[in-house]
Design a protein around this ligand. Structure first.
Ligand code: AHR
Length: 802
């Protein structure tokens, strides 16, 4: 096969394969009659977190913002109309837990009152009905009535209702408002032409049309996006939202159920208030409506900045036990009865609970053990998910499943597509509870989506180990983006899925029963990566010093440290770096402290130095082939709490271990001799003259695939091929379905690609990058198909017999 490859050199020291004269070739050989591992039925799910106004201002259909006036001491999100005077007071609280109310001093000159714009506009649709409910009371002398109306920003009325008989005691009033127009930025106005003082509380406006018609329900268009993903589980309600910055702001489910007026309005570390209107019960209900297993993440007494003391952990553990009883107990059990009262007498049958979010270290292991013992003693069948493997706990305190999170550039995911091939088969299971390409992906483009798709082929291929996985985060109101990217973006009336959304959908709706053995080969290459980059030293929760640093390329000295002079030429990232006694010293106990020197274009060099640990948790890191802050290699000596040495490779933010791990520790106050030789792709690392690692940096693979088979009827089944071509070349592929006797010639191929990997979807162009399904007519035990450059294809072939 003739194809032209031109090697270009670039500052980033990549060489790209130029456009080929012909399509590159590939072969995909499947053993159709030799089923491999079973695919976990819970493999593909979703992760909902209250971030980016995902719930309040998003999925939760409430249209009024700050409905209970609990957010602050000011009437945030409410504006005065017609000269009315607004204030928030606690003169006569509606309930013990809902202390604040809005006081309105009406002028009586003309119409005066208060307006609420909702979350960047209240979206109303012509002919649709909106259920208004509010609590009101008045001061003596107010003759009423008050009027509520939906109107345009410039005061054109779309619907109105009159509320009279307001008294000096709180009473609830309800009205149905039917809009005469469609407007995505309407507002709700409450006021009167009469003078007087009126108080309002829990002013709520819901579209009559909610997902599955649930009261206190969800926006149907957003919920439908979830339903279309066919998720088999839903992890909720966070994320960092579960932890809170401090324990005061941790998620406590008991304040998220029951009457919406009594729920806790809570500051969210994603910088807005949550009403908890979308609370524990609603999450469970959503799971049921989606046919998804609920996976509740409980706070384990740990927040970002503080932990509950061990002797005060009981109440947190009790929360977990009660949450399980609420979800699963009979309607006669104490918490089951509360669930029944809240409208769901039958148990929700929750099977999964995660203990904490992204917690770790000794503090986590201690707390995890207590939760584990208590939950397993009462509910032995609950599947418990740990944030990290509780390695230091007694052997009987295990994790059924361990949660791994990955956020990085596309290359990291491509490089890790085979990560799980080498995981132990008899250990704990893996839940990839958060993952997404979040660098080099714009606001969520095709490049990112394909990186994730490549990684997902590896998860599915190893679904005996990886039993659950979900992208993160799920939702973003485009007016309040706190994280980039997010799977589903929306405003008050529109919604679209990122290219990544379609990847999730294509994988989820094309699930097989078992994985089929597969051999892949191709003449394509993504790019030739020239091993090059600057060098450096680093520490993690450790103080250390470094001296006699020399970088040589053959006879040429690229760098020789002379720390008598000012430390010119060095770049620092984290840490407290200084020169002491002819050495470069890092004096802080912070994580990830780096100092680098040299040129991103340096290749084939030997880096030698002396390093000494002065104190702290770990050893030190020696950096090489540093292209930038996100792309580098380091030799981590005495890493993982000073337990082992390994080379790690960062590709777009996240690191993964390259080659072998060597058990070992770094002692305090001892100078170590370190040498790293880089020759092309090969790396050799020596500690005190002893070779510990000799590895070749693998190239990124251009082609990734997983093949599965649906449950068979007799000898007939669908074979599902998921093929990700991350190269710039289209791949003319020879597909062999070995063992298949008869294959239906018609098959379907669903293709996700676009003209440019930078292409994104937007509110105005929601399906620029969306899958298209075509029928092919040449399927056979052996046939050809072309997989376009930069694409994901899901092909379903019908095997009639094998
Ligand atoms: O998904 C966004 C955040 O990323 C989650 O809150 C947290 O768990 C992770 O750090």
């Amino acid at each position: 096969m003739l194809y032209v490859q031109i090697i270009l050199s670039s500052a980033a020291c990549f060489a790209f394969a130029a456009a080929p004269a012909f399509a590159a070739q590939a072969t995909l050989k499947v053993e159709v009659d030799k089923p491999g591992v079973k695919i976990s039925p819970t493999l593909y799910g979703i992760f909902f977190e209250e971030i980016n106004c995902a719930g309040d201002g998003g999925l939760y259909a409430e249209l009024v913002r700050n409905r209970s006036f609990e957010e602050s001491d000011k009437p945030d999100s409410w504006t005065a109309v017609g000269g009315a005077k607004l204030s928030v007071d606690t003169e006569k609280p509606l309930t013990d837990t809902n202390k604040k109310a809005l006081r309105i001093k009406l002028t009586g000159n003309d119409f005066s009152g208060v307006a609420n714009d909702g979350y960047w506009g209240i979206s109303v649709v012509e002919g649709a009905a909106y259920n208004l409910a509010l609590w009101a009371r008045c001061a003596e002398g107010f003759a009423g009535p008050i009027e509520v109306r939906l109107e345009s920003q410039d005061g054109k009325a779309y619907a109105s209702a009159i509320i009279d008989r307001i008294k000096d005691d709180w009473a609830q009033f309800k009205a149905v408002l039917k809009s005469e127009a469609t407007d995505a930025r309407a507002r709700l106005v409450v006021g009167s032409t009469k003078a007087g003082v009126v108080w309002l509380d829990v002013v709520s406006l819901f579209p009559e049309d909610t997902f599955k018609g649930r009261p206190n329900g969800l926006r149907p268009d957003l919920a439908q996006m979830l339903a279309d993903l066919k998720p088999s589980f839903m992890r909720f309600p966070g994320g960092c939202w579960v932890e809170g910055d401090t324990l005061e702001f941790a998620q406590r489910w008991k304040r998220t159920i029951g009457d919406i007026g009594d729920r806790r309005t809570q500051y969210n570390l994603w910088q807005y208030y949550s009403t908890n209107g979308l609370g524990y019960h609603e999450y469970l209900q959503l799971c049921e409506d989606l046919g998804a297993e609920p996976l509740f993440v409980i706070n384990c007494g740990m927040s970002h900045k503080e932990n509950a003391p061990m002797d005060k952990l009981d109440e947190w553990v009790q929360d977990a036990l009660d949450a399980i009883e609420y979800a699963n107990g009979s309607a006669e059990s104490p918490w089951g009865a509360v669930r029944a009262k809240n409208g769901h007498p039958a148990p929700f049958n929750m099977k999964f609970m995660e203990i904490g979010n992204e917690n770790g270290g000794p503090a986590y292991e201690e707390r995890y053990t207590v939760f584990y013992d208590a939950i397993k003693a009462k509910y032995p069948d609950m599947k418990l998910i740990a944030n990290v493997l509780p390695e230091r706990r007694p052997a009987d305190v295990v994790a059924d499943i361990v949660d791994e999170h990955y956020y990085a550039g596309p290359d990291f995911f491509i490089a890790n597509a085979n990560k799980y091939d080498s995981y132990k088969r008899d250990g704990h299971k893996i839940f990839v509870g958060e993952y997404a390409v979040n660098r080099n992906c714009g606001a969520g483009n095709l490049r990112g989506a394909l990186g994730e798709a490549a990684f997902m082929t590896g998860m599915e291929r190893n679904s005996d180990v990886v039993v659950m996985a979900c992208y993160a985060p799920l939702f973003c109101n485009v007016n309040y983006k706190k994280w980039n990217p997010d799977l589903i973006d929306f405003d008050s009336s529109r919604v679209y899925g990122l290219p990544s959304y379609y990847v999730q959908k294509m994988f989820s709706e094309n699930r097989g029963d078992v994985v089929m053995p597969l051999e892949l080969s191709t003449t394509a290459s993504i790019r030739k990566e020239t091993a090059c980059g600057a060098a450096g030293v680093g520490t993690w929760a450790t103080e250390a010093e470094f001296k006699d640093i020399r970088i040589t390329q053959g006879d040429k000295v690229l760098y020789a440290s002379d720390f008598e002079k000012p430390k010119r030429g060095w770049r620092y990232r984290g840490g407290k770096w200084d020169i002491d006694n002819g050495a470069l010293v890092q004096k802080s106990d912070g994580g990830d402290c780096r100092a680098t020197v040299g040129d991103a274009g340096w290749t084939d060099y030997t880096l030698s130095l002396k390093a000494r640990k002065l104190g702290g948790l770990n050893g030190f890191m020696i950096l090489f082939q540093v292209r930038d802050d996100d792309y580098f290699l380091w030799w981590n000596l005495g890493g993982w709490d000073n337990q082992k040495h390994a080379i790690e490779r960062a590709l777009g933010g996240s690191r993964s271990i390259l080659g072998n791990e060597v058990p070992g520790r770094i002692e305090n106050n001892r100078w170590y001799d370190i040498r790293i030789e880089t020759t092309g792709e090969r790396i050799r690392c020596y500690l005190d003259g002893k070779l510990l690692h000799d590895v070749a940096v693998p190239e990124l693979k251009p082609l990734h695939a997983v093949v599965s088979r649906t449950a068979s009827t007799g000898n007939a089944a669908d074979v599902i091929l998921k093929v990700v071509n991350v190269s710039n070349e289209s791949l003319d592929t020879h597909i062999e379905l070995n063992g298949a006797k008869e294959v239906a010639p018609e098959a379907t191929a669903t293709l996700l690609t676009s003209d440019n990997v930078d292409d994104e979807n937007t509110l105005d162009e929601p399906e620029k990058v969306a899958p298209k399904t075509t029928t092919i007519n040449n399927a056979a035990p052996s046939f050809r198909h072309t997989f376009p450059a930069k694409s994901l294809t899901v092909m379903r072939v019908k095997i009639r017999s094998w």
